[in-house]
Design a binder for this molecule. Sequence first.
Ligand SMILES: Nc1ncnc2c1ncn2[C@@H]1O[C@H](COP(=O)(O)OP(=O)(O)OP(=O)(O)O)[C@@H](O)[C@H]1O
Ligand SMILES: [Mg+2]
Length: 342
Amino acid sequence: MKNVIETKNLTKVYKNFTAVNSLNLEIPDKTIFGMLGPNGAGKTTTIKMLTCLTQPTSGSATVGGFDVKSDPDEVRRLLGMVPQQVSLYKDLTVMENSQLCADYYGIPSDERDSRIDELMELVDIAYAKDKRISQLSGGQKQKASLVASLVHRPKILFLDEPTIGLDPTTKRVLWDLIRELNDDGHTIILCSHDMHEVDMLCDNVGIINTGNLVAYDTPQGLKDSLLKSNESELKDALSQISAESDDSKEDIDNLALRKMSILLKNFDESIIDGLYGVKSIEIEKNNRINLRIDSFDDNAVNNILKHIIDANGIIKSVSTEEPSLDDVFIKATSEVNENDRA
Ligand SMILES: Nc1ncnc2c1ncn2[C@@H]1O[C@H](COP(=O)(O)OP(=O)(O)OP(=O)(O)O)[C@@H](O)[C@H]1O
Ligand SMILES: [Mg+2]
């Protein structure tokens, strides 16, 4: 199976508000897919349709080859879900909730408790196994929810903002767990507002804005296309400006997204004389030079370093700032029609 999830014009309308608008999405099997989007974009609604918690208004979706409308039981058997709002039984303990899940999925009783114990150790919640959900802290509830959703080792795992409220150590444990599950052939769908998390973990990323898919690529692909689109905007802006105002200069500087900072052992003007491909150079007192690179040529950084070395500059350290997934997110979701959010 090439795509484990496919949606065709998937739409959800609440009364007369369209939360998900004709979404066409393909998630390749055995990959980690990151779903990004501003608050209210339609991520959780999409996940609810894919996990058969709510019916699409129109369009279709298949999960593991089964249709969410006509084969919801088959779909449910394949998946595990950590919802945005923890949905465990509040009056049952951590252990009892996990046992209930295991029984629902028919996990043999001789395996059940050892699997649960193993998962509880892994996410560090074993010490609270006999506590009721209502007695737990936010992060502890999140951990309990993780154990319950993983106990049947689902082929497809939906995680809706799973690391919110987790301490940094547990966050890393969960990231490792996501990678391990993926190595074992599980597909993971991860909704998150943590760009670093998505950048690090995901094979592909989709950005949803007001119910529409506005970008879909690998994390690196998204960043590369941001550089390309900034390059063409920069060229357009440069060709339009004849009488340069300070405002327009600033706009152009903001488009030159790549920044570079070089610490030199020695400095004199000849080192930067004739330096090509930079928008601006700022020289600090301690022989540090900060550059804004306006050339999007792949060799731009190489060329700058070579120029400095050829001019007998001795480089102590270099740092460059690439566009981040944050930049991609902000750009992709910047054009919002306020009427679509009402
Ligand atoms: N049951 C419902 N009835 C009416 N409107 C709803 C319902 N559930 C969600 N919505 C609306 O649908 C839109 C999408 O909500 P959704 O929960 O899918 O957003 P999200 O992308 O998950 O946001 P967040 O990042 O805040 O979790 C929102 O405008 C929300 O108000
Ligand atoms: Mg949500």
